[in-house]
Ligand binder design. Structure first.
Ligand SMILES: Nc1nc2c(c(=O)[nH]1)N[C@H]1C(S)=C(S)[C@@H](COP(=O)(O)O)O[C@H]1N2
Ligand SMILES: [Mo]
Length: 437
């Protein structure tokens, strides 16, 4: 017995600071024998690769919105430097570009949720370290961890809610997710710089195959104090725990992947846009239905006109029959929503550049698209000059050989190759071509 146990314990604030508040702040309360640098490092390696892919696809996804066009294209007008990396107009080929990018972003994001939670579990004692601050360097490290944990949980929650079309927050998803992503990227970079050597050292030390059930002996105490000072007997091996996490990821992936792969659509049980939404060729996902926009159906009937306005004010008004006499193109193009679902269809219609040519707008650097829909962020949209001139950009009148349904944008809708789904304005009524490039 040491002398200290007989000394009266300091009380009040001083005592609290020395002993800590107990509970999770007492490292002896963390008793799993498998917690330690090796398990944390395996999860860290998966996240290092996975999160890098999420960062790249996320930044590309933002660039695909062509924020330089302003208006309803730019969802974060105050972003300043953070959006400056978008110095180019988004690509128009290959046509599956946004579909694949967004599919990877959303599906990988969903699949990584169990890995992130397991990683947080594996370092939980550190999150409750006591005393809270021991040195300026340690304080900085803790701050970076606070930012990384806070931002990643925020990104997971907003991302998942967005996939579920649940907009229960008081801010725009794009703005919130975009700013949090930059906080995350900065904290992630700092964390990787600090911890990469620790991760590599502990992965080199122990091979995956040597970590079987017989070897559930705790690792030696580590400088980060992840290893329990008072471990319980093991009830699962480290490999078993990794199997549970990987199984969880695969299950989430299996129940979501159908939202991006047409033949697997009925298996997308976790996705909100996988159900029956129309008849025949028009039976595919609908984001906003015609009923929801509150427009009188007669406006889409015989009185409907497409108004074309050229850069110097020339106007042409066309009936649907007039459009049908123009050269028709059929292109197989995807609709890929930012929420992750996507589908590919054969669209038939008039090339946007042919319409531009009717009012002298073939060389325009942008076009402003207006919908019959009044109000709402998606009722108007701008497209780049590159998108005007891309041969596959269509004002579609038909899908899979039949007229568009009202829900899919009858009498006419835009279809833009390689672009986010939101660019494909439905119920188009006017196209105004901007200045020359
Ligand atoms: N006028 C109008 N066009 C719109 C929308 C809208 O809400 N209003 N939603 C957009 C979005 S977000 C997507 S993903 C696609 C979905 O097209 P679909 O409903 O035909 O599948 O339409 C786009 N066009
Ligand atoms: Mo969308």
């Amino acid at each position: 017995m040491t002398a200290t146990t007989h000394e009266p314990r300091p009380r009040g604030l001083k005592g609290l600071l020395e002993r800590g508040p107990g509970g999770p702040f007492d490292e002896r309360s963390w008793r799993s024998p498998i917690r330690g640098p090796w398990l944390t490092s395996v999860l860290a390696l998966v996240l290092l690769v996975g999160l890098l892919v999420l960062i790249v696809t996320g930044l590309l996804s933002y660039a695909a919105y062509d924020p330089r066009l302003g208006g309803s294209n730019d969802q974060t007008p105050q972003a300043g430097l953070l959006a400056r990396y978008v110095w180019f107009d988004w690509f128009t080929s290959p046509s599956w570009l946004y579909r694949v990018n967004q599919g990877v972003h959303v599906l990988l994001g969903i699949a990584l949720i169990p890995v992130v939670l397991a990683k947080l579990w594996s370092v939980a004692p550190k999150l409750f370290e006591w005393p809270p601050v021991t040195s300026p360097a340690q304080a900085l490290e803790r701050l970076s961890i606070l930012l990384i944990v806070g931002s990643i949980l925020f990104l997971i929650v907003t991302g998942t809610m967005n996939v579920q079309y649940d907009y229960a927050w008081g801010f725009s998803f794009y703005t919130g997710h975009f700013y949090a992503a930059w906080v995350f990227i900065a904290a992630f970079a700092a964390h990787v710089a600090l911890k990469l050597p620790v991760m590599l050292r502990s992965l080199r030390g122990t091979s995956y195959w040597s970590v079987d059930r017989a070897a559930t002996v705790p690792e030696p105490r580590d400088p980060d104090h992840l290893v329990s000072p008072d471990p319980l007997p093991a009830s699962i091996s480290r490999r078993g725990a990794l199997g549970v996490v990987g199984g969880g990821s695969l299950a989430l992936l299996g129940l979501s992947v159908g939202q991006s792969i047409d033949p697997l659509r009925p298996t997308a049980l976790l996705s909100p846009r996988g159900q029956h939404v129309g008849d025949g060729p028009n039976d595919f996902q609908v984001n906003t239905t015609f009923g929801q926009i509150g427009v009188d159906p007669t406006e889409t009937g015989a009185s409907w006109r497409l108004l074309l306005v050229g850069p110097s004010g020339q106007q042409v008004s066309l009936r649907r029959e007039d459009l049908l006499t123009m050269p028709m193109r059929t292109e197989e193009l995807p609709i890929a929503c930012v929420e992750g679902w996507s589908t590919s269809r054969a669209w038939t219609g008039v090339r946007l550049r042919d319409l531009a040519g009717l009012v002298g707008g073939a060389g325009s650097d942008s076009v402003f698209v207006e919908s019959l829909q009044r109000g709402g962020a998606f009722s108007t949209m701008s497209l780049t000059g590159k998108q005007i001139r891309a041969g596959k950009t269509l004002l579609a009148l038909k899908v899979e050989g039949v007229d568009l349904s009202l829900d899919h944008g009858f009498p006419a809708r835009m279809i833009i190759p390689a672009a986010p789904g939101v660019r494909n304005t439905k119920w188009v009524k006017a196209l105004t071509f901007g200045g020359q490039a």
